[in-house]
Design a protein around this ligand. Structure first.
Ligand SMILES: Cc1cc2nc3c(=O)[nH]c(=O)nc-3n(C[C@H](O)[C@H](O)[C@H](O)COP(=O)(O)OP(=O)(O)OC[C@H]3O[C@@H](n4cnc5c(N)ncnc54)[C@H](O)[C@@H]3O)c2cc1C
Length: 378
């Protein structure tokens, strides 16, 4: 199921089968002078069915939304073998419940997605990237707000990385290097982009960062002068998962809180993990523009050498991060879903009425419990 069934450039939509790889979908859109904006580290391997079912996010959520906002219609095989043809390419349809949304992010527990209608956007003509050093997370939040005021919707990505995280990538990234000294606690990678070829993205980015420097919103910045340099900057972000595996036993979390509460969240969890979990090196990376931060504890394989030790440390880290996110009005899973791993955690943190409604939906679609049993709900 990896065919592109139809492209409608005037409607800015594309009908694809569930087995299409994201990179191929983006390539087809590009050939039609359009853009499918979802972008994440697994771009070369993840499939549309999986992206729909995990409501994937990635670096473009700030501007375009996550998969939930990028899907216009779905085709789904239901547990009783009926095929639901919801492949409508409409941006407005208030004729009852929006059924497709039930399947997006359902992790395959309600039916099997076989095809999707995706939203396309004008192809980007110009872009510019920068790496910025910051004294703290509050400055990252302030800088984002300032950029939004100055350049509006043209912020394509705004990602934070802690110094420790970049140091790990530089150490284990097979030749990856930082374009600036690593002497600040936090860095953001910024991309501005636009579909208008006459807009000078590089000059705009330089001007706005100079103004931000005057206002003490940042301590240093490097603007990439060509595409190759921009790609090398972004490689620091996209190689985190791979490099962390070489650095030790990693416990990675995927939580979100309102953007304004990120400084308190990051400070709080870092301090608690370092106090409770001996020897933990706490790193941060993530989509700060949409409140989604990955708190990553890297543990030495010498200190944590048995599966039991690793499991106990992981449980401690996860509990600290989940408790802190919920206390601050956040979610225990921002974009990676629940799977089987977090089923009990969900029961602990989700209000009973939410859980009850989810069980009722599951019972209506899948009364025999044949679709991905044990995922999301017991
Ligand atoms: C290096 C790396 C970086 C990543 N970065 C991000 C990121 O920034 N943001 C983010 O959101 N995610 C990220 N991810 C995870 C990414 O979300 C997944 O790769 C993707 O969302 C799922 O696609 P998949 O093809 O891998 O699905 P799979 O892993 O195969 O499946 C995911 C789930 O969906 C179900 N499923 C799969 N296909 C269907 C179908 N056709 N119908 C019904 N259910 C189905 C599966 O049963 C499973 O529960 C990253 C992953 C990697 C490896």
């Amino acid at each position: 199921m990896n065919r592109i069934r139809e492209i409608d450039a005037s409607n800015n939509s594309l009908v694809v089968e569930a087995g299409c790889i994201l990179a191929n979908v983006r390539e087809v859109a590009d050939q039609h002078k359009r853009q499918f904006p979802l972008l994440l580290g697994s771009v070369g391997s993840c499939e549309i069915g999986g992206l729909v079912s995990t409501n994937a996010g990635g670096t473009g959520v700030l501007r375009y939304g996550n998969m939930r906002e990028l899907v216009l219609g779905l085709e789904v095989v239901l547990p009783d073998s009926a095929v639901w043809d919801g492949l409508r390419a409409l941006r407005k349809d208030n004729s009852g419940y929006d059924l497709k949304q039930l399947f997006i992010g359902a992790e395959g527990t309600l039916g099997i997605v076989t095809a999707a209608v995706l939203k396309l956007f004008p192809k980007l003509a110009v872009s510019a990237s920068a790496m910025v050093a910051l004294p703290g997370v509050q400055q990252a939040v302030d800088l984002l707000r300032f950029l939004q005021e100055q350049v509006g919707q043209r912020i394509e990505a705004f990602e934070i990385l802690s110094r420790r995280q970049i140091e790990i990538v530089v150490k284990h990234g097979h030749g990856l290097s930082s374009p600036m000294p690593l002497d600040a606690p936090f860095y953001v990678l910024i991309e501005l982009a636009d579909s208008s070829p006459t807009w000078d993205a590089g000059a705009e980015l330089e001007n706005v960062l100079a103004e931000a420097l005057d206002r003490e919103l940042l301590s240093d910045a490097v603007v990439a002068t060509d595409l190759a340099k921009a790609e090398r900057m972004w490689a620091l972000r996209h190689n985190i998962s791979e490099c962390n595996k070489h650095a030790g036993f990693t416990v990675s979390n995927d939580t979100s809180v309102p953007v304004s509460r990120l400084p308190a969240f990051i400070l709080g969890v870092t301090e608690r993990i370092e106090r409770v979990v001996a020897g933990a090196c706490v790193c941060h990376a993530g989509h700060i523009g949409d409140g989604n931060i990955h708190v990553i504890a890297v543990l030495s394989r010498v200190m944590y050498s048995t599966p039991e030790q690793c499991e106990a440390a992981a449980a401690q880290v996860n509990l600290i991060v989940h408790e802190a996110s919920v206390e601050l009005g956040g979610s225990i899973s921002a974009e990676h879903g629940v799977g089987r791993m977090h089923v009990q955690r969900l029961e602990r943190f989700k209000p009973p009425v939410d859980l009850q409604m989810m069980r009722m939906v599951k019972a209506v679609f899948d009364p025999q419990g044949v679709m991905n049993p044990g995922k999301i709900l017991r």
